[in-house]
Unconditional design. Structure first.
Length: 284
């Protein structure tokens, strides 16, 4: 019997897709707005937020998903006012939600079609595996892997039916090798890489692109949430999220299914070619 008090159980809350409330100072969504939207997870900060801003500048209607409702609402209002596009948001905990299977139907009823899916939401935890909380590890797997799989399977059929679509899964250079003290996180990103490349091969010639982008260190709140202590001088050398997004979109246009992006990633490309996993694990 499920313990309803467990932190792994998501309360049954039916969040509606929310359009930005009409306000005099905000530009209304144009009546002739496209019905093809990009859905972005982890959109309230970091790389996900950068994806939203870059795509909004290209006049792409958006659906923003994340846990922080206040940030999502503020970002939706900002982009709608500045770019004159329709931006919707959905506050939801993807690691524990039971409502995901209902999402495509809700959108379809609103005349919204998702032709670009960006699975960015994710988090990591630093420390010995034996000391990381059980709930944190399970929620990490749920968010970094299960949510990617679930959303892909939910939106892929409509993309295939139209022979039009793109799926971008955000992994990490951490996914190429085992990473002691970030063991579960690295394993989840290895799943994303393998899943994306396998899916990309299956979908060749079917009108749907799949790209896995693997950033190196990025200047976001990831390190703080993970419990990683970063030297301020090192942090200055991290890539900015917008650069990661722009290089990722360039790779998508070039029909790549895997791309390593960002500063300090040259060693990863070199290590993949020359170092056996048994040696690399001792160098991390």
């Amino acid at each position: 019997m499920t313990d309803q008090n467990s932190s792994l159980v998501q309360p049954t809350i039916d969040y509606a897709i929310q359009a930005t409330p009409e306000q005099p100072k905000l530009a209304a969504a144009p009546k002739e707005a496209k019905k093809d939207y990009a859905l972005i997870t982890g959109a309230s900060s970091g790389i996900g937020e950068a994806f939203a801003k870059v795509l909004a500048a290209k006049k792409k209607p958006l659906i923003l998903i994340g846990k922080n409702e206040a940030k999502l609402k503020a970002l939706a209002e900002e982009l709608r006012a500045r770019e004159g596009i329709d931006v919707r948001f959905l506050p939801i905990d993807l690691a524990r939600s039971k409502e995901l299977p209902l999402l495509p139907g809700k959108l379809q009823n609103m005349g919204i079609i998702v032709d670009v899916l960006i699975n960015d939401a994710g988090f990591g935890k630093f420390g010995q595996e034996s000391e990381i909380r059980y709930e944190d590890d399970l929620n990490m797997v749920n968010l970094n892997c299960r949510a990617v799989l679930a959303l892909t399977k939910l939106f892929l059929p409509s993309m295939l039916a139209r022979r039009k679509g793109a799926i971008i899964n955000v992994a990490s250079t951490a996914g190429f090798f085992p990473w002691p003290t970030m063991t579960t996180y690295a394993a989840t990103k290895a799943f994303v890489i393998s899943y994306s490349q396998g899916l990309a091969e299956e979908l060749k010639g079917k009108g749907v692109k799949v790209l896995c982008t693997c950033p190196g260190p990025v200047a976001t709140s990831f390190q703080e949430r993970a419990g990683l202590k970063v030297d301020p001088n090192d942090y200055k050398r991290y890539s900015d999220p917008q650069t990661i997004v722009e290089k990722t979109l360039d790779a998508l246009r070039s029909n790549k299914n895997l791309v390593i992006v960002g500063n300090s990633t040259g060693w990863t490309k070199w290590a993949l070619k020359l170092l056996p996993r048994s040696l690399f694990i001792k160098l991390v």
